[in-house]
Design a protein around this ligand. Structure first.
Ligand SMILES: *[C@@H]1O[C@H](CO)[C@@H](O)[C@H](O)[C@H]1NC(C)=O
Ligand SMILES: *[C@@H]1O[C@H](CO)[C@@H](O)[C@H](O)[C@H]1NC(C)=O
Ligand SMILES: *[C@@H]1O[C@H](CO)[C@@H](O)[C@H](O)[C@H]1NC(C)=O
Ligand SMILES: [Zn+2]
Length: 395
């Protein structure tokens, strides 16, 4: 009895879904297009560099309430909130998500009506996705029987504290979502996966001395230079690679050491990010430790120290579903919140604009890309949820 009721409900669901004219529509209705531009502009105009997402979050929450979403906020840290929005039910099959923080510095919004280029900090990463997702979901709420939620998180740009907090939130909607669509700049393509990440800092402690008598000290800078040499060797030949993601890369992002030319450096450090194309963070941690073990042993014998501080657990390459027809696909080298959302769900990654301008001083996209993203999100949501219903019927 329950089974047949369920099947009927699912069949109705599928029938309802198939009425959505997703492919037929290739331009956005005028009122949706102007609402999209308005929403995007408001979001970009409010500065929201990671750590300072309070104002944009407040504005977005009240915007969504005006649109008749039920809005909940989750405090991640003081005056920084994740925003969860949904309609008549709290636990939904589909979740659509992106982030509201940006990298520094702030660049003001502009819209060049001659070229139809829209720019400003966050215009691409990821407020383009946020605005397009909201407009797309608004249009689909009826068709999908309000079985859609929106989640906008803080802190994506600096390690994902927002998404981590949502994952471990005791009031998190249960059961888990079945389909999650993430928004990041992907040039309007579906992303089939991205590299993993492992961050670490090498800290060296030596012993200060007058540079005229260097044998009385232990130069932390010398030791660090040697350690970086070992890591360069490792990078040249020893790191895992794969057909899908190419080579693992290692970036020496920030190096510091010493105080002056005439002083033997007492401390030195290097911040390093590894983008994993294969293997696991554990494997790469092992390779790094063994590459540095000789240098470490030597400096310790001289009374100094070399320590590796890991920036969190890291994660291996992240495979993402991209099995939707008529989307171009690609892989990317940047990290996202995708692996940080706990649960067993099908996941997709799509968004307007290019990652190559995302963190630059010329962050911008075309109005047309933004509008196309609304249509694409609609199609993506419908197709992904339709597959979900079909899978359930087959079971
Ligand atoms: C929200 O709901 C109210 C009351 O049902 C309705 O009058 C209003 O038009 C709705 N607004 C939107 C944007 O859907
Ligand atoms: C707007 O774009 C046009 C066409 O690309 C360009 O010639 C013009 O200089 C731009 N205007 C501003 C204010 O940047
Ligand atoms: C990967 O590294 C190898 C060896 O350093 C190099 O020859 C090759 O061009 C690299 N491949 C890519 C895709 O960068
Ligand atoms: Zn982003």
């Amino acid at each position: 009895m329950l089974g047949s009721l369920l099947l009927t409900a699912l069949a109705l669901g599928v029938a309802a879904l198939q009425q959505v004219p997703v492919q037929a529509e290739d331009t956005l209705p005028k009122d949706s297009a102007s609402e999209l531009l308005y929403l995007h502009r408001k979001l970009v105009e409010i500065e929201s560099i990671t750590g300072n997402e309070g104002d944009v979050g407040q504005w977005l929450a009240s915007y969504l309430r005006e649109k008749n979403f039920t809005v909940e906020t989750q405090e991640v840290s003081e005056n920084r909130h994740n925003i969860l929005a949904y309609g008549s039910k709290r636990s939904t099959t589909i979740l659509v998500s992106s982030h509201i923080d940006t990298v520094p510095p702030f660049w003001p919004y502009y819209h060049n009506k001659t070229s139809d280029v829209i720019g400003g900090r966050g215009s691409v990463d990821a407020k383009g996705s946020v605005a397009a997702q909201i407009i797309a979901v608004q249009a689909l709420r009826e068709h999908l029987r309000d079985d859609l939620s929106l989640l906008f998180v803080v802190g994506e740009e600096t390690g994902g504290d927002g998404m981590r907090a949502f994952s471990s939130w005791s009031e998190r909607p249960q059961p888990n979502y079945e389909v999650v669509i993430f928004g990041e700049p992907t040039e309007g393509k579906l992303v089939c996966g991205h590299k993993g990440i492992l961050g670490f800092t090498v800290h060296v402690k030596g012993k200060a001395a007058h540079s005229g008598y260097p044998w009385l000290g232990v130069s932390a800078n010398d030791v660090l230079a040697e350690a970086l040499g070992k890591l360069l060797e490792l990078r040249e030949k020893g790191l895992p690679w794969s057909e899908k993601y190419g080579n693992t890369t290692m970036n020496f992002g920030k190096i510091e050491g010493g105080v002056a030319a005439n002083v033997v450096a007492e401390t030195a450090s290097a911040n390093i990010a590894v983008r994993l194309a294969a293997g696991t963070p554990n494997v790469v941690r092992g390779l790094i430790i063994s590459a540095l073990s000789d240098v470490k042993a030597r400096v310790e014998k001289l009374g100094g120290d070399l320590e590796i501080e890991w920036a969190g657990e890291g994660y291996p390459p992240v495979n993402i579903n991209c099995d939707i027809e008529n989307f171009d696909t690609m892989t990317v080298n940047y990290g996202t919140d995708v692996p940080l959302l706990a649960g067993d769900h099908r996941r997709y990654l799509y968004g307007p604009g290019s990652i190559f301008v995302a963190h630059s001083d010329h962050e911008a996209l075309k109005k047309k890309e933004l509008e196309q993203a609304v249509l694409d999100y609609r199609r993506l949501i419908v197709e992904a949820s339709r597959m979900d219903h079909q899978t359930q019927q087959e079971l």
